[in-house]
Write a protein that binds this ligand. Structure first.
Ligand code: FAD
Length: 389
């Protein structure tokens, strides 16, 4: 009998614990019940009911789920990865909402914040009552964040921030922004309430990718903050990069959700579509495509699970995260595009999820370190030579 989930062929169930399975199932059911039925409309209209969604996601403990304390669930890294997979099987925009909230904004405060900052923000963010964003990229500083121009100057005991950030997920809907800026001592992070005078976050419109996600510019025009707004425990690029490694880990699994959903759709479609008097699924070329995609998806899943176990053992390196992000996003986008061919013309509308996923993956390929940057990271580990500049 035909398979509905191509990953079943790999018999990976033993690789995942009971609790991790339960979390994965819960997320899948939540997506099926509350998100999937609305996605085509949200994507079409580029409108996401992010506040309501955040509350729902908070209720089931998905926000900052891999962090300990402050109202966070403290699950394994693998469980977090599997949750990201199911979120992205719905849409990468939903996974981005959760990644940015948990792995970028909350993680920055959790890892580098003061006790007061943690108490003030983390429990509300875990509950989805407060939304966070993470401002590192600027119009002229993406892959090279060290060249950022946003500056924080000390004025008496206050800090005054000036500059702008670009492509910031959750920006316009955030209650709090973690903003990275140049200071006399190097790059530092600031916890910026978004109702501060001089802060604004215009939304970026007309996106063709991640339309079910809010992406914004952040404008900081003489934003005055008290002395205790700075993240006390970190100086230099190490701060933001530590957060990005967290979020990238989620993408290693998340991207496979996009790919699996495309492959399931293509399998179903090929089984139903009649051509030349037989099923599309019965042609050799179609089966070769389905087989190759299944092999890549399974290999990528094995890599993700391996990296999950390394992270749970506290041993994962940032180079290994780069290997996972590079491979899994690259294979996911190839799978999404190939699945689109199996659907023919039917693949180009929002009636089916495949082109939506493929378009989303264009962003996923670029954010959290572009594929090229991850190639350079791996190249440097292999050769000892930095080819960045
Ligand atoms: P550039 O850095 O200008 O790169 C352009 C091209 O040059 C790429 O192909 C790149 O790989 C290549 N390149 C760069 N350097 C080298 C090199 N040394 N050698 C060879 N090739 C190179 N940022 C945030 O801070 N917070 C967010 O929440 C956030 N959300 C995002 C959401 C979306 C939908 C998108 C699209 C982006 C988001 N980003 C966010 C920004 C993202 O991280 C940047 O887009 C990314 O780092 C790349 O920067 P860039 O777009 O400026 O491209």
């Amino acid at each position: 009998s035909p398979t509905t989930n191509p990953l079943d062929l790999f018999d990976l169930d033993d690789q995942v614990g009971e609790e991790e399975h339960a979390i994965q199932r819960t997320v899948r059911e939540l997506m099926d019940a509350q998100v999937r039925p609305h996605l085509a409309q949200w994507y079409d209209e580029a409108k996401l009911p992010a506040r309501d969604l955040a509350l729902e996601l908070g209720k089931v403990g998905l926000l900052g789920m891999h962090l300990e304390g402050y109202g966070c669930a403290g699950t394994s890294a693998t469980a977090y990865g599997l949750a990201c997979l199911e979120l992205e099987a719905a849409d990468a925009g939903i996974r981005s909402l959760v990644s940015v909230q948990g792995s970028l904004a909350m993680f920055a405060i959790w890892k580098h914040g003061s006790e007061e900052q943690k108490q003030e923000w983390l429990p509300r963010m875990a509950a989805g009552e407060a939304i966070g964003c993470f401002g590192l990229t600027e119009p002229d500083a993406g892959s090279d964040p060290a060249s950022m121009r946003t500056r924080a100057k000390q004025d008496g005991t206050d800090w005054v921030l000036n500059g702008s950030k670009m492509w910031i997920t959750n920006g316009s809907i955030a209650d709090v922004a973690v903003v990275w800026a140049q200071t006399e001592e190097g790059i530092r992070g600031f916890v910026v309430p978004t109702d501060s005078d001089g802060f604004s976050a215009p939304e970026i419109k007309r996106k063709l990718s991640l339309r079910a996600s809010v992406t914004s510019e952040l404008v900081l025009d003489d934003v005055r903050l008290p002395a205790d707004a700075v993240l006390p425990d970190v100086t230099g690029l190490r701060g933001p990069l530590s957060c990005l490694t967290e979020a990238r880990f989620g993408i290693i699994f998340g991207s496979l959700g996009s790919a699996r959903d495309c492959l399931e759709t293509a399998l179903r479609y090929a089984g139903e579509r009649d051509l030349f008097g037989r099923k599309l699924a019965s042609f050799q070329l179609t089966q070769a495509k389905l087989a190759d995609m299944t092999v890549e998806l399974g290999k990528a899943m094995l890599l993700a699970l391996h990296l999950g176990r390394l992270k749970d053992a506290g041993r994962i390196t940032s180079t290994q995260v780069s290997i996972g992000k590079l491979n899994n996003v690259r294979e996911a986008i190839a799978i999404a595009r190939e699945c689109r061919t199996i659907l023919g013309a039917a693949g180009i509308t929002l009636e089916h999820p495949v082109l939506r996923h493929a378009n989303n993956l264009e962003s996923v390929l670029t954010y959290e370190g572009t594929s090229e940057v991850h190639q350079l990271v791996i190249g440097q580990a292999l050769t000892g030579e930095s080819a960045f500049r």
